[in-house]
Design a protein around this ligand. Structure first.
Ligand code: HEM
Ligand code: HEM
Length: 301
């Protein structure tokens, strides 16, 4: 059996769950302290919308260059910097008074609020230029974040249920034991079947490339092939010839089921980390575009 569950960095660093889960494993971050940060974010959004609605700019057009435009721009940029700081905060365990769950909860809700603040800052003037690019990157970061938050709310629980509480290492050990038993059970059977059982032990892949892991199955799985072959032999066998085949079928079927569980685990681990390949690079792009945006507006001022 080949086990290559190369999970993306986040899923690995989080051991299959977001870092926030490890500080308080039983508290879902989306409802941390009765949705406290949802209310904070709603207040930020409401204050920005009201200020935008009552604001009367001198030239009659709301934009980033009015006093309200600057205020909202600075608030949006400060929030972006604070949200990006989460990468550092999450790696410093036990530091600070707030648990990581609180940080992640605030991260999620204030991260969504920042889109509203930045859009009002721009006065809805979104063109194909470095300013518009800053806004687009912000939206990409936020959308990928929403995908990630949904994945974190869903997969860790599904993973535990999938393995019925059994640790992944134990599952892999059980598969290895079954491999050895299958090989022993196939010793007295015909060559083709013995070869198929041997291949099931050496060539069955659980991990592999990220696409294979996301698909979560292998249509040419050697274990399934050996199982199908053993079943077809059993259909033709009579009397005592069928007994060793039935034992082999039981073992292979058990292994096939465990391999299915391990593949689903690898799939969920991958999905749990995949979105970060968008979230983190887009954050770097956003910080760069934001710096260019601020420099360019002051340059042409
Ligand atoms: C996440 C943060 C920010 C985003 C997404 C953002 C995005 C934008 C966008 C899309 C525009 C409209 C550009 C246009 O009219 O074509 C704009 C305008 C502007 N922004 Fe920002 N901005 C942010 C932060 C800031 C900050 C921190 C400052 C300065 C301290 C700033 C200063 C300005 C100014 C002065 C304008 C008006 C430019 C003009 O009308 O020519 N922005 N911003
Ligand atoms: C401007 C907005 C945002 C920025 C700059 C930002 C930036 C970041 C950064 C730098 C990380 C750390 C990644 C790592 O090293 O593992 C992170 C993690 C994360 N972000 Fe965001 N983010 C933003 C908005 C959002 C939003 C709106 C959501 C969800 C609705 C979100 C959900 C998450 C989640 C679930 C994590 C992983 C948490 C963990 O592993 O503990 N982010 N974000």
């Amino acid at each position: 059996m080949t086990v290559a569950p190369r999970s993306p960095p986040a899923a690995e660093s989080a051991g299959g769950a977001p870092a926030a889960y490890r500080s308080r494993p039983h508290e879902p971050f989306l409802v941390h302290r009765g949705l406290r940060y949802l209310w904070v974010a709603a207040a930020v959004v409401a204050a920005s919308v009201v200020a935008y609605a009552i604001h009367r700019p001198r030239l009659g057009v709301a934009n980033g260059g009015t006093w309200l435009g600057y205020t909202l721009g600075v608030i949006a940029a400060a929030l972006v910097l604070w949200l990006a700081y989460y990468r550092i905060r999450k790696r410093r365990y036990g530091v600070g008074r707030q648990p990581l769950t609180a940080w992640l909860s605030a991260h999620v809700y204030l991260g969504i609020a920042v889109v509203v603040v930045a859009t009002l800052h721009a006065g809805f003037e979104l063109g194909p230029n470095v300013h518009g690019l800053t806004w687009v990157l912000l939206v990409v970061v936020v959308l990928s974040g929403i995908v990630g938050a949904l994945a974190y709310a869903r997969y860790p629980r599904q993973m535990t249920r999938n393995r019925a509480g059994v640790a992944l290492d134990d599952l892999l050990n059980q598969i290895a034991t079954l491999d050895a038993e299958c090989r022993a059970a196939s010793l007295d059977l015909d060559d083709a079947l013995a070869r198929a059982v041997h291949a099931a032990g050496t060539d069955t892949r659980i991990g592999g490339g990220w696409w294979r892991r996301v698909v979560g199955r292998d249509d040419r799985c050697p274990t399934r092939h050996a199982l199908d072959l053993a079943r077809s032999r059993a259909r033709d066998a009579v009397g005592s010839d069928a007994r060793p085949l039935r034992r082999l079928i039981t073992l292979l079927a058990r292994k096939d089921a465990l391999v299915g569980i391990a593949r689903r685990e690898a799939r969920m681990r991958t999905l749990l980390g995949l979105w970060l390949y968008v979230h983190v690079p887009a954050t770097v792009g956003l910080l760069t575009a934001l710096a260019l945006h601020v420099v360019s507006v002051f340059w042409y001022w």
